[in-house]
Design a protein around this ligand. Structure first.
Ligand code: TXA
Ligand code: MG
Length: 344
């Protein structure tokens, strides 16, 4: 299949929407990462997403709408909980996904057999324009091959999906850089399943009690069921081995320089750069967690682009604010291995 690469024009919004209405696949920009979209109400179209990504069929998809009213208009959920209305007022349009009990129109391909559905109202103008023009909700996981870092540019999508999907709409680089925060309201107490730009602290300000799912920070134990099926897979990993170091700033640069060699790279902060003798990519200033999130996936892909990097060292991130999202992605990229230099 020839994959068309569309520039950001009103005509191409319409062309993308037409592909989607006909049951095709198109990658679309959102403020978090690029999504691989299909008509969420068309099970056959949605099934193609899993084939293109190589995604396990038991991993459900997020349904994207252009307006809050679309949730009722398309009867996507059984009922909208009060807590969802409160969250929507503060965080939508934006990088928050809310899980609710699903309505009967949701195909099994979307919900992977669960009785819930994840809904998001993105803020990216092109995403909303495409959903509006298609006049149907869009199911869209991140537009990467399953297991590799999520795409934050149209070029990343082309690298993974060229020849596998109908079109890629180029809306520029994504501003947030990590996927949306996922919260479930389908149980008694709201629970954060995946951290993102909308932080745990911010969710608690609106809802009061919000639990943190144990899979956000920890590896699932053998046999433990994942509340969010995506959490059980090794994710976000570049081809190079990611190793997380728990250490002081001086220990970090000293350790990486000692490991040095052509196959080694550091994923570091601006403040480290002068002290490093190995290849590096900086995520930004040390305490600028939003910059780290924005650059994370692009940096992981660039490290693979060097071709010869076997090991990439980085610090164990802070879990404060948006730091928690970076921590959650990196600990998975590293297969939960952390070297604690403070103990050794
Ligand atoms: O920012 C984002 O959320 C991007 C853009 C494209 O919107 N999408 C995205 O989708 O990251 P995906 O499929 O890569 O991640 C969705 C996550 C997965 O971990 C999945 O298991 C979880 O949300 N999820 C989806 N529906 C769910 C449900 N009904 N119950 C529990 N978890 C669900
Ligand atoms: Mg994904």
């Amino acid at each position: 299949m020839k994959t068309q690469l569309f520039t950001n024009t009103p005509e191409n919004i319409i062309k993308t929407a037409e592909i989607l209405k006909k049951g095709g696949l198109a990658a679309i920009p959102t403020e978090t990462v690029y999504g691989l979209a299909a008509d969420a109400l068309n099970g056959e179209a949605v099934a193609k997403i899993f084939a293109a990504k190589g995604r396990p069929m038991d991993n459900p998809l997020i349904v994207h709408v252009a307006e809050f009213e679309d949730i009722e208009r398309f009867a996507l959920v059984r009922e909208i909980p009060e807590a969802a209305k409160k969250l929507a007022k503060v965080f939508w349009p934006g990088p928050l996904t809310i899980i609710m009990k699903k309505g009967g129109v949701i195909p099994d391909e979307v919900s992977a057999g669960l009785d819930t559905v994840a809904i998001r109202l993105p803020s990216h103008p092109s995403a909303r324009a495409i959903i509006k023009a298609a006049d149907t909700p869009l199911a869209a996981p991140s537009a990467n091959l399953s297991g590799s870092p999520s795409p934050t540019t149209a070029q990343h999508v082309m690298n993974d999906m060229d020849g596998k999907i109908d079109a890629v709409f180029d809306g520029g680089a994504c501003g947030v850089g990590v996927e949306s925060t996922v919260i479930t309201l389908a149980e008694d107490t709201p629970r954060l399943l995946r951290p993102g730009k909308v932080t745990l602290e911010e969710l608690r300000e609106v809802l009061g009690e919000v639990e943190l799912d144990s899979a956000v920070l920890n590896k699932l134990k053998d046999g433990q069921k994942a509340a969010s099926p995506g959490m059980k897979y090794k994710h976000y990993a570049p081809k190079a081995n990611v190793i997380l170091l728990k250490c002081t700033d001086d220990e970090f640069t000293d350790y990486v320089n000692r490991c040095g060699g052509s196959g080694v790279a550091a994923l570091c902060c601006d403040e480290d750069v002068e002290k490093l003798c190995v290849k590096y990519i900086s995520l930004g200033k040390r305490n600028d967690y939003e910059a780290h999130a924005q650059r994370l996936f692009d940096s992981l892909r660039r490290i693979d682009g060097y071709g010869n990097i076997v090991t990439v060292y980085t610090r164990l991130p802070s879990t404060d604010g948006v730091g928690l999202a970076v921590y959650n992605r990196l600990i998975r990229a590293a297969g939960f291995e952390v070297i604690d230099l403070e103990k050794s």
